[in-house]
Design a protein around this ligand. Structure first.
Ligand code: GDD
Ligand code: GTP
Length: 427
């Protein structure tokens, strides 16, 4: 059998997702009408042999419970459990800590998915490659522009055999433009021993190994934690830095290169391209839940059934409109996520933006970001020599006055914008 683990991190992560992560954890943020993590579940549910899914993170237990209840109803064949790390254990540390639960029922292999990516998650293709190669590990890879590659884990592979020859997490120099998508399939008998050796190496030569970039973790380590037995398990172990390159050196490790879409969801602004990619996919699949194209609906568009959209408003492409939102006459919305309970008054124009929960945009106002090239894996742009957010984001309960223009701004919750602003973070 096969299981799946989704790594969700915890409240100390996802800081680049502010101000939206101040209201709810990033994995639960809606893109294309569904929580980011739900898109992982849709892919998992397409693999018939997966019956059990673990969400591993260090958010409080209660955080994912409503989601788990909902997803268990949608996919009754899946048993879903949240496994809470008492502190950040790292991407491999979490798996290792919960190894008994994962190994229960003796699965031969299991998937690991980073929750913060958007992808078509070709899990069945990964399984096929795994079996064809009699692999011990398979990772999903994608090609990115050479200048972006060093922001990711880089893979050197044999193009013919697809074998991973060499793996380096976020290398200093360019070594390959084939990068790690954060989706893996591991043989249980390979991965746990590999993590165990990484932990063992660490306790033998603690200072030679990499440590988490997270500042508080780093400082607590350098404040002189001793390696007593407790701490051995407590230390962060990262799949990417401490385990994968070893597997590449010694094991049957292969990469499935996807030609389909893939993006990371790190900054709040990156939810806008993720929304566009998932909506496009839903449209291609003929999804019933999308709004029907018409003179004023340019697909793909998702409109929650409880939202009220004036028929003269022109919506799309790549727009999601949340529950109970109200869109007035003559409004123009494109490339935007409008969150629940928002209102956009008549003749306003909203593009390349995220409108926070319960926000109000006045009549004839303009709220806009700047498009980023489709190949770009970044959501910041340089304007007048300064790095600014390409996507305009209004936090929860913001107000934009009538006729006010907001350009390339990030606006924290509960702000009233009464005059024009551009290229600013409004606190
Ligand atoms: N449970 C748990 N515990 N999850 C964690 C922890 C932890 O201590 N730390 C990170 N995660 C989760 C995050 O929520 C995310 O889903 C995933 O693990 C990876 O997060 P990061 O550790 O921040 O890595 P990254 O996103 O910068 O890079 C990784 O993903 C890239 C693709 O998006 C690497 O795997 C790269 O090689 C890869 O290219
Ligand atoms: P078409 O309208 O499809 O011909 O394309 P376009 O490139 O002219 O503009 P698009 O519809 O993609 O929408 C963006 C444009 O809408 C902006 O550049 C604005 O000039 C315009 N716009 C601005 N304010 C409003 C408004 O209040 N209502 C409407 N409907 N449009 C507006």
């Amino acid at each position: 059998t096969t299981k799946a683990v989704i790594l969700v991190g915890g409240p100390s992560r996802g800081t680049r997702f502010r101000p939206l992560s101040m209201e709810l954890p990033k994995p639960l943020f809606p893109v294309a009408g569904h929580p980011i993590i739900e898109h992982c579940f849709r892919a998992i549910a397409n693999v018939p042999e997966i019956k059990e899914v673990f969400i591993v993170g260090y958010y409080e237990e209660s955080v994912f419970q409503p989601f788990i209840n909902a997803i268990s109803t949608s996919f009754p064949q899946l048993t879903v459990k949240y496994l809470r790390e008492y502190q950040a254990l790292g991407t491999a540390g979490g798996l290792y800590h919960f190894r008994d639960v994962i190994l229960k029922g003796k699965p031969d292999r299991f998937f690991v998915l980073n929750a913060d990516v958007c992808s078509s998650f070709p899990l069945n293709d990964m399984l096929e490659l795994f079996e064809a190669k009699d692999a011990e590990a398979v990772m999903l890879g994608t090609r990115v522009a050479s200048e972006s590659a060093t922001n990711f884990g880089c893979i050197v592979s044999d193009t013919h055999t697809k074998r991973v020859l060499h793996y380096v997490e976020k290398p200093e120099g360019q070594i390959s433009n084939l990068i790690n998508c954060g989706v893996y399939l591991f043989a249980t008998e390979c991965i746990f021993p590999a993590i165990r050796s990484a932990i063992k190496r660490r306790t033998e030569r603690p200072r030679l190994l990499s440590y988490p970039s997270s500042e508080n973790l780093e400082s607590s380590y350098y404040q002189g934690q001793e390696d007593d037995d407790e701490d051995k398990e407590n230390t962060v172990v990262r799949l990417e830095q401490d385990v994968l390159s070893d597997i590449a050196d010694s094991r049957q490790f292969f990469v499935l290169e996807t030609k389909d879409f893939w993006r990371q969801i790190k900054t709040a602004g990156s939810a806008v391209p993720a929304n566009a990619l998932y909506l496009t996919k839903a449209f291609q699949m003929g999804s019933e839940e999308l709004a029907k194209p018409s003179a004023n609906i340019i697909p793909p568009v998702y409109i929650h059934p409880s939202a009220k959209v004036d028929p003269t408003a022109k919506i799309g492409p790549n727009v999601s409109i949340g529950a109970r939102s109200i869109i007035g006459a003559g409004v123009r919305v494109k490339e935007t996520i409008v969150l629940d309970d928002s209102e956009i008054k008549h003749d306003a124009c909203v593009m390349y933006s995220i409108v926070g929960w319960h926000s109000k945009i006045g009549a004839w106002a303009r709220v806009e970001g700047t498009p980023t090239p489709i190949t770009s894996h970044s959501t910041s742009i340089v304007k007048n020599g300064v790095k600014v957010q390409s996507i305009t984001i209004l936090g929860k309960e913001c107000g934009v006055g009538d006729e006010v223009r907001v350009q390339n701004c990030v606006c924290l919750p509960n702000k009233e914008l009464k005059r024009d602003v551009s290229n600013e973070v409004i606190m």
